[in-house]
Design a protein around this ligand. Structure first.
Ligand code: SAH
Length: 521
């Protein structure tokens, strides 16, 4: 089981604002610390104990009443609950998660080169797909402070024919405070208006003929209105909730164990003859035993922990069957896998916006339930660029972690005050995309350093250095530009060049490769 911790990172000057920023590098995560145990035994004194946050209290009390919850449910509550979620409520209390005084820093915040090259990539795709004169929608999932979109739109606005083909910019954002920050950066003084039926809109300062539209959920993207979507998701998928499962040897499975189903009737498939095989068991979250009142600890220890479900759950029956990649791991007792079903359904949504849904049953397992979704698209068009951290070709194992003040910590520390994230399973996204539409191709994942290099990042860095001017002021600016670029492409443990990967979903076009993935403009 991989152990990971966020290394103390060096402070470097930010090439954009001169602030000291810190780097997201991965090193340590959580461990499954216990095997099956009785869930009810530790949960009793939930209301009398001192909890670290109001959300911890709510979760502790709810679990006491209803039983342990999935890791996905725990992550969902901690990140986006309207009652104490990290992204949805913390910033309303004046906490900024980004930058030196926050919890993490991201590539677009480190150097303008990052967002500019993402913008150039979409211009190149627009050119390769026949330079449409209308019907282009630019979409971002999880735009943070809006910096990436600002750099992208400034770049795209310089390519007038593409800029005039843009009909809308759509931002998917769960946080009201980050939405306000994005609005300020991308729209200036134009007011934010509420849209009937949900969402907000305003006018884009870079493309004055275009509205920027905010929605909270990718499923709210209007499938019928979006013709040619250019979609970017940077550090979005790692924030989606995962379920985790461990392989339990048949020797550990009691012949009397039943399967929890909605009707609570024992599942006839769980018969002694089946017990010769290993079985996936879901990892669940429940409160730890409350600290002793007689000998109280100096700081509050994590209030939640992981346990192995004593029986199969609907998730453990279904999710590991989504890919044959999990089969070999099942054979090894104690293998632990992470599966993000929301990443799969989001990928399906994005892919079908580009390629339409399949005409055959090939994608049935990953097809979204929305009956409003068009089943076909006459000509596939658009592209999605997914940039995040995670392994290129293996299943993520025990990567769930808390991130606070630029270091990893227990994901069970101060629920709602700590960012939670898990490695992105790029192969699962690729599999899902290919099963979701017959007319798309997936390229990558490639390492961020290689992608930025192929996109002309070094040349852009040199151009910025040449513009920086002489004298001590110029030297300081040059130092920041160099430091920012080096951090984006450094493949060592302190850099983002290797751990971050870039993957593209584009219309299949006789094997055409997009720029950055082996192709030319
Ligand atoms: N892409 C930005 C920010 C990354 S942080 C950057 O690179 O700087 C994650 C972003 O996703 C935040 O904007 C957060 O509010 C948003 N987010 C997290 N979970 C979300 C969800 N389930 N739905 C919509 N937005 C979400």
């Amino acid at each position: 089981m991989a152990a990971k911790v966020y290394a103390p990172f060096q402070s470097l000057s930010n090439s954009r604002s001169g602030r000291q920023l810190a780097l997201r590098t991965v090193q340590e995560g959580w461990r499954v610390s216990c095997c099956s145990r009785s869930f009810s035994s530790t949960a009793k004194p939930a209301s009398s104990r001192a909890w670290s946050t109001p959300l911890a209290k709510n979760l502790g009390e709810a679990i006491t009443t209803t039983g342990p919850i999935s890791i996905a449910k725990y992550m969902r509550e901690c990140l986006t609950s309207p009652n104490g979620g990290y992204y949805t409520t913390q910033d309303a209390e004046g906490v900024d998660q980004f930058g030196k005084t926050g919890d993490f820093v991201t590539s677009p915040e480190i150097s303008q080169i990052f967002g500019e090259l993402v913008g150039v990539w979409f211009v190149a795709e627009w050119m390769s797909q026949g330079k449409r004169t209308e019907g282009v929608d630019i979409v971002e999932l999880g735009p943070g402070r809006g910096t990436l979109m600002d750099d992208m739109l400034r770049t795209i606005s310089r390519f007038t024919p593409m800029a005039s083909s843009v009909e809308s910019v759509r931002l998917i954002e769960a946080s009201p405070t980050l939405r306000a920050a994005q609005h300020k950066l991308l729209c200036g003084n134009t007011p934010l208006e509420e849209i009937e039926g949900g969402g907000f809109k305003s006018k884009c300062k870079h493309l004055p003929h275009v509205s920027i539209i905010w929605q909270e959920d990718a499923t709210a993207l209007p499938k019928d209105d979006i013709k040619t979507p250019f979609i970017v998701a940077h550090e979005f998928f790692d924030a989606l909730p995962i379920n985790a499962f461990t392989s339990v040897s048949s020797k550990q499975i009691s012949s009397s164990s039943t399967i929890t189903t909605s009707s609570r009737t024992p599942d006839p498939r769980n018969t002694p003859t089946k017990l010769s095989h290993n079985e996936w068991r879901e990892l669940l979250v429940s409160p730890t035993a409350p600290p002793s009142l007689l000998n109280p600890p100096k700081s509050i220890p994590p209030e939640f922990e992981i346990s192995v479900a004593p029986t199969a759950t609907p998730n453990s029956r279904l999710l590991p069957t989504l890919s044959s990649r999990y089969d070999a791991l099942l054979a090894m007792p104690h293998s632990t896998i992470e599966i993000c079903s929301e990443a799969r359904s989001t990928t399906t949504t994005l892919t079908q916006l580009i390629g339409g849904a399949p005409k055959t049953n090939a994608g049935a397992m990953v097809r979204p339930s929305s009956s409003a979704f068009p089943m076909t698209k006459s000509t596939p068009s658009g592209a999605a660029l997914i940039i995040d951290y995670g392994p290129a070709n293996t299943v993520p194992v025990s990567t769930l972690r808390g991130i606070r003040a630029h270091r990893t910590c227990s994901p069970f520390e101060s629920p709602g005050r700590v960012d939670l994230s898990a490695d992105v399973d790029f192969l699962a996204l690729a599999e899902t995309a290919l099963a979701s539409s017959e007319t798309v191709a997936v390229h990558g994942p490639v390492e961020q350093a290689d992608w930025l290099g192929a996109m002309g990042g070094k040349e852009r860095c040199d151009a910025l250095l040449a513009k920086a001017g002489p004298g001590p002021g110029g030297e300081e600016i040059k130092g920041r530009i160099r430091a920012g670029w080096n951090r984006l492409v450094n493949k060592g443990p302190d850099g983002m060049g290797k751990v971050y990967k870039v993957m593209a979903i584009v219309p299949e076009d006789k094997g055409r490769r997009p720029v950055g993935f082996g192709g030319d403009i």
